[in-house]
Design a protein around this ligand. Structure first.
Ligand SMILES: [Zn+2]
Length: 394
């Protein structure tokens, strides 16, 4: 009993000590986001790709720090909501009383972007930059945005007839400091959107229906490269980085023959960080993004092809590609995998799909990967999958 008491006093002291880190200035009370591609996460949990991502967030957003876990800050989004952010994407912000921002007028219009991609834009005027989260919904197709630490002062939503992708916009103040925005889309298919601040105005740019495959720009990402070797073949010892490039080049050849514009993340054996692949893609603004990888498992009997997506709005794209790949003789199904946190397919800006063609850790799969005819076939089937997906657009 006494022992218990000592223990609990000890624990209490430990916690008091912990909280004094704030007063000692070791943990800032407030942070401001900075750097390239700061990202919010739902938890501090980890799998090999890190914790489940809430999405990218812009820079210069101030949030209150409520805790620190490993390399993360737990930050307050609103009275009831919090998130985690890597410390490297923050810097301390002078102590301040964060006041609740007001959301004012909205503006919906059509327009054209440099690079000839037609977009609709929706802008939300705010009295200050606040944290946000966005996501896609399907059937009906919608983009949802949640703004935190904000109250509605909205009495003016202008919608111009030049808008072609947006059908309706509305909002609900779901909590006293949370505003939920709904953007209903004309088309069933999601083609991607970007979101970020311009001053204190939050801007959403929604990609419209591309005018057929001939007008599209397709980005191909050969996984790994340079010092990042990836997996290796169980019998042959071949490296994933070299073979993803061979598959990528096969698809490049097919698309070029069709006079379709192709962008290659890499064409040589170079090291490119996954984050730089995202920055590169966001800069080059492709209509679709395909990433090739070769799988590996601790169990050598595991084999087959799989496709991966992060956002539900892009699932149909990865399904179309998988369906065609499954037509290849002897290629088994490993499955279609969602909510995948692999960085190159995180952006909402364009539909993306990661293809794990087959397992290098399985002898039968490895034999196929080594066969040039199989590589041509895979590229062909991916091309057919893209075409099917476009044909099925509604
Ligand atoms: Zn890989």
């Amino acid at each position: 009993m006494i022992l218990k008491k000592i223990l609990s006093v000890g624990l209490l002291l430990f916690f008091l000590n912990g909280s004094s880190l704030f007063t000692q200035g070791l943990i800032p009370s407030y942070i401001i986001t900075k750097g390239k591609l700061p990202q919010l996460a739902y938890s501090s949990g980890e799998d090999r790709l890190g914790s489940a991502k809430m999405g990218y967030i812009d820079t210069s957003i101030v949030m209150k720090v409520i805790d620190t876990v490993k390399n993360l800050y737990k930050v307050q989004l609103s009275a009831m909501h919090y998130a985690f952010i890597e410390k490297t994407y923050t810097q301390p912000f002078p102590d301040t009383m964060l006041s609740t921002a007001l959301c004012e007028s909205w503006h919906v219009k059509g327009g054209s972007e440099p690079g000839s991609n037609l977009v609709d834009s929706v802008s939300f005027s705010l009295s200050g930059r606040v944290p946000y989260k966005s996501w896609m919904e399907i059937d009906p197709s919608r983009i949802k945005i949640e703004l935190y630490n904000v109250q509605s002062n909205i009495n003016w939503i202008t919608q111009l007839s030049s808008a072609k992708a947006v059908k309706n916009v509305w909002y609900e103040q779901t909590e006293s400091d949370v505003l939920q925005i709904t953007i209903e889309l004309m088309k069933q298919q999601h083609y991607g959107y970007s979101i970020g601040y311009n001053g204190n105005t939050l801007q959403l740019k929604i990609r419209r229906l591309p005018a057929g495959i001939q007008k599209m720009t397709i980005a191909i990402d050969a996984g790994h490269g340079g010092t990042n070797l990836g997996a290796s073949g169980v019998s042959s010892g071949i490296l994933e980085k070299n073979y993803t490039l061979l598959f990528a080049k096969e698809l490049q050849k097919i698309l070029k023959k069709q006079k379709i514009k192709v962008l290659m993340v890499r064409e040589t054996d170079t090291t490119i960080e996954n984050k730089d692949r995202v920055l590169w893609a966001k800069q080059n603004n492709p209509d679709i993004f395909i990433s090739f990888h070769l799988n590996s498992s601790g169990r050598d009997s595991v084999r087959g092809v799989s496709t991966y997506y992060k956002h539900i709005g892009f699932r149909s794209f990865s399904q179309s590609i998988l369906k065609r790949l499954l037509e290849i003789k002897d290629l088994k199904e490993f499955g279609n995998v969602g909510s995948f946190n692999f960085q190159p397919i995180q952006p909402t800006d364009y539909p993306s799909c990661l293809v794990e063609i087959a397992f290098l850790s399985n002898k039968e799969d490895e034999k196929m990967i080594l066969d040039p005819k199989f590589r041509t076939k895979v590229a062909n089937q991916v091309f057919l999958g893209i075409k099917d997906w476009i044909r099925d657009w509604k």
